[in-house]
Design a protein around this ligand. Structure first.
Ligand code: AMP
Ligand code: MG
Length: 340
C-alpha cells in the first residue's frame, strides 16, 4: 500500500477516497484513525471488516468543528461548555444521534460519539472531505492502538485504501470519552489526555465508569462498549506490580531472565539489565511521556518472540496517569499484584 505524506494533492486524494466510500488511515493528536464516510453504512461495514472489529463496538465520528455536531446529534448546554473547553482536542462526547448517522456506525446504539481532532492533517482531511468521518483506531482489533504509520502498516497493509503519514502521534493514547447524563452531570467512560480533574472544572458532577478501573462482572455492561473487549494486549501475559516503588522494583528485579520483558521508567532501567527486553516509558514523574510511549512499547514486546512474560509498574490514577493505568490494566487483563 502506498504511503502519502500530507501534501495538498495527498489530502485531496484522501478526501476524494472518503467521499467515494474508501478507507483512509490518518494521524490525529491521539492515535492514528481509520476513516470512512460516517454517512455511508457501507463504509462503516468496511471499517469493521478491515479491523476485524465486533459489529457492536461503535465508531467515533470525527468533525471539522464543534459547531457541526448539531447536524449529527442532539446537543445541549453542557455539550456547549465542554466543547468550548476541550474542542478541538483529545475529547469525545456521547449524545443522542440523528437519523442521518447509520446505525452500523454506532454499533446499533441510538447515541453517537463525536470528536473534533486538533491535528492539522486530520482537520484538513475532514474539512476537505466535507463529511463527518467515522474513525476507530487504525489497528487490528485487540492490538495496541497505532501511534505511527508503521504500526498502521503492520496491522492493515492491503486491507485499506491509503495511509496519510503525519509522523508520531503527540499524545499516544486514545481520546477521553464522556457521556452526558444530566444538565451538570457526566460519566467518564474512557480516560485520556483531557483528565478527570479538568472535567471537574467544567462540570459539577463527574462519575468515573467502573469499567475504567475495575474488571466488570460477567454480563455487566460498560458505559462505552469498547471497554469490555480485551485490548492493547501483547501476546505474552502482562503483570502489573503495585505498592511502594522501591519494593515493586525489587520484586521485578528478583524475577528477571532472558524470557522476561520489563516496562519501567528511565530511573529504573539500570536495575533490569538481566531482562530479555526493557522498555522505558520516560521519566517516572512525566505521565505525558508514559502515554506517548506506551503503545509502541507494548508492540515492541510482540516483536521479540523470546519474551514469555512482561512486568510493569502499576501507575497511579492522577491526571494523565489514569489513562495509562486504564490501558495497562486492560493490557494485563486485570492481572495486578499489590505489594503491602
Ligand atoms: P476507538 O475509536 O477504537 O478508540 O473506539 C471508540 C470507542 O468509543 C468504542 O470502543 C466505544 O467504547 C466508544 N464509543 C463510540 N461510540 C459510542 C457510543 N455511542 N456510546 C458509547 N460508547 C461509544
Ligand atoms: Mg481502538
Amino acid at each position: 500500500m502506498k504511503t502519502f505524506y500530507g501534501t495538498e494533492a495527498d489530502i485531496d486524494r484522501a478526501a476524494t477516497l472518503l467521499r467515494e466510500g474508501g478507507l483512509v488511515a490518518f494521524p490525529t493528536e491521539t492515535v492514528y484513525g481509520l476513516g470512512g464516510n460516517a454517512l455511508l453504512a457501507d463504509a462503516a461495514e468496511r471499517i469493521y471488516l478491515a479491523k476485524g472489529r465486533p459489529g457492536d463496538n461503535p465508531l467515533i465520528v470525527h468533525l471539522a468543528q464543534a459547531a457541526d455536531a448539531d447536524r449529527y446529534c442532539i446537543t445541549n448546554a453542557l455539550f456547549e461548555r465542554l466543547a468550548e473547553a476541550f474542542m478541538p482536542g483529545p475529547f469525545t462526547v456521547i449524545l443522542p444521534k440523528r437519523d442521518c448517522i447509520p446505525s452500523s456506525v454506532t454499533g446499533g446504539l441510538d447515541t453517537v460519539a463525536v470528536r473534533v481532532p486538533s491535528h492539522p492533517l486530520a482537520h484538513q482531511l475532514i474539512a476537505r472531505a466535507g463529511l463527518p468521518v467515522a474513525a476507530p483506531s487504525a489497528n487490528l482489533s485487540g492490538r495496541p492502538s497505532p501511534t505511527c504509520a508503521d504500526h498502521v502498516r503492520e496491522d492493515l497493509d492491503g486491507r485499506i485504501d491509503m495511509i496519510l503519514d503525519g509522523g508520531t502521534c503527540e499524545i499516544g493514547v486514545e481520546s477521553t470519552i464522556v457521556r452526558i447524563d444530566g444538565p451538570d452531570t457526566l460519566t467518564l467512560c474512557r480516560p485520556g489526555a483531557v483528565t478527570y480533574e479538568q472535567l471537574c472544572t467544567v462540570c459539577g458532577e463527574v462519575r468515573i465508569d467502573r469499567a475504567v478501573t475495575e474488571k466488570l462482572a460477567d454480563g455487566e455492561r460498560p458505559a462505552a462498549p469498547g471497554m469490555q473487549y480485551r485490548h492493547y494486549a501483547p501476546a505474552s501475559p502482562v503483570t502489573l506490580i503495585g505498592g511502594e516503588h522501591a519494593r515493586a522494583a525489587a520484586y521485578i528485579a528478583d524475577r528477571l531472565s532472558a524470557q522476561v520483558g520489563v516496562l519501567c521508567y528511565d530511573e529504573d532501567v539500570g536495575r533490569f539489565s538481566e531482562a530479555g527486553l526493557v522498555r522505558s516509558l520516560g521519566a517516572r514523574d512525566d505521565a505525558a511521556s508514559h502515554a506517548h510511549a506506551l503503545f509502541d512499547a507494548l508492540r515492541a514486546f510482540d516483536a521479540h518472540p523470546g519474551i514469555k512474560e512482561i512486568y510493569s509498574f502499576l501507575p497511579d490514577m492522577q491526571g494523565m496517569s489514569l489513562a495509562v493505568f486504564n490501558r495497562l490494566l486492560k493490557a494485563a487483563g486485570f492481572q495486578v499484584i499489590l505489594l503491602k
